[in-house]
Design a protein around this ligand. Structure first.
Ligand SMILES: [Zn+2]
Length: 329
């Protein structure tokens, strides 16, 4: 099959309004991200050339073919760049997708975009194709609330003011907000990575609460995509991937902050097919158990299984982390 007609697809557990359900994710093959300056982004590897409406139609049809939607309440459409950049995804393609989604038994659809391309008008147009009982979740790569990490280290080109404008657009269009948060950007130690991610989640919840909107935080433990600046740093030993314990700790601490936004923590576990085998890990003994437990947490939002995780490698990580967290326990 022509590559331009195939979207990478995956299904994973999700908690929606307190209910354990699943999301279907179709990573749409679209032209490369026009911004393309982020130091850790590998979505270019998923990009296509000369993508037309017809290709988007086929990607979608191939993606949902044979899919049983009885246990799926959300569909996600990440792209190689920004869903609302007309030069990356045409208005016709967007409208096609939303009108198709209106025929699915899902409650919500998630799309990702840089704020520069987002307008209330575009969101309203999208919503006009959905059913009344369906909503849009607008996702943005905030990555870190630390200006230096976000804009110097990762080169996101995103001010806090712009993020807050994104949140305003969510409020004004009755959409939910999803913020991606990276775990362990370059220059951060494991302890600083926990701190950075928790502070970022705190900021997201605060901005959302001020506006009375629903928000979700999607943590992304760092992985190494091919052809990125991050890959160079990784290969020459300047960058080390985070331990999975760092993500477990981040989730536990974030859950304490999330009381105004229940069921709002998601951990992306390398399911966009971009990471190869260069992703966060602990040791061979516990890797798969910790990953599977984090995936189940996405559905249950129940910390107890995460609290019970242990392994011989954990004390080593705790030492690694330094005194700050150990003394709290
Ligand atoms: Zn282990």
């Amino acid at each position: 099959m022509d590559n331009n007609n195939v979207a990478y697809k995956t299904k994973s557990a999700l908690n929606q309004d307190g209910e354990q359900t699943n999301r279907l994710m179709l990573v749409l093959r679209t032209p490369p991200c026009e911004y393309n300056q982020c130091t850790m982004c590998g979505f270019d590897n998923n990009a296509g050339k000369n993508i037309r409406l017809q290709n988007i139609q086929r990607q979608y049809q191939n993606g949902i073919e044979g899919e049983d939607f009885s246990d799926i309440r959300r569909i996600d459409f990440p792209t190689a760049g920004s869903f609302y950049n007309d030069r990356e995804l045409s208005p016709e393609s967007r409208n096609y997708l939303f009108s198709e989604v209106s025929r699915l038994p899902v409650d919500s659809v998630m799309v990702e975009t840089r704020v520069d391309y987002l307008t209330e008008e575009k969101v309203r147009e999208s919503k006009s194709y959905l059913r009344e009982d369906q909503s849009i979740e607008l996702a943005i790569g905030l990555e870190s609330a630390d200006d230096n990490v976000r804009n110097k280290v990762l080169r996101k080109g995103l001010s806090k003011k712009s993020f807050e404008r994104f949140a305003d657009i969510c409020r004004n269009t009755d959409s939910q907000l999803l913020a991606y948060v990276l775990i362990k950007s370059p220059t951060l130690s494991e302890a600083e990575a926990v701190e950075d991610a928790v502070q970022t989640a705190d900021y997201v919840y605060r901005i959302a609460n001020e506006r009375g909107i629903k928000a979700r935080v999607a943590f992304k433990p760092m992985f190494i995509p091919e052809g990125t600046e991050l890959e160079e740093q990784y290969l020459n030993g300047e960058y080390q991937l985070p331990k999975l314990w760092t993500t477990v700790e981040t989730v536990k601490r974030t859950a304490e902050l999330a009381s105004y936004q229940p069921n709002s923590i998601f951990v992306g576990m390398f399911d966009e097919d971009l990471s190869g085998d260069r992703f966060s890990s602990n040791c061979d003994e516990c890797n798969s158990e910790v990953v599977e437990t984090l995936k189940r947490f996405n559905g249950t939002q129940d910390l107890s299984e995460l609290e019970r995780l242990s392994c011989e490698c954990k004390p080593e990580w705790e030492q690694f982390l330094g005194v700050r967290i150990c003394t709290q326990e």
